[in-house]
Design a protein around this ligand. Sequence first.
Ligand code: AMP
Length: 113
Amino acid sequence: MKGIFEKIIDRELEADIVYEDGLAIAFKDINPVAPKHFLVIPKKKIRNIQTVSSNDSHLFTHLFTVIQKLAIQENMVEEGYRVITNIGEYGGQTVDYLHFHIIGGRTMRWPPG
Ligand code: AMP
């Protein structure tokens, strides 16, 4: 059965898409924790970074270039931003599909909760 993010990729579920190319898509988080909160995901289904294989190295390099482009596009570079990926229960992963949170527009706190 298709998950939420697969439905967003296939346009079966509406999302505010801010970037897309052949390998990746980025959209606004539906429940933002900061003034700017985007999710970057690969179009290939990967559960989380624990299940990434070395065959995905090109895809991973690409995802980081997408993050860079998105940060430029959304005017986040000068002030800075945070990239987070949650893994499993203790990591706080609620959607079982690899995603990078790109969060900005305010000062971040450390340590995270
Ligand atoms: P995580 O808790 O790290 O697995 O993050 C999942 C994120 O997906 C949360 O920040 C949710 O707000 C977000 N989310 C869930 N459903 C949607 C949706 N339909 N559109 C956009 N973001 C979503």
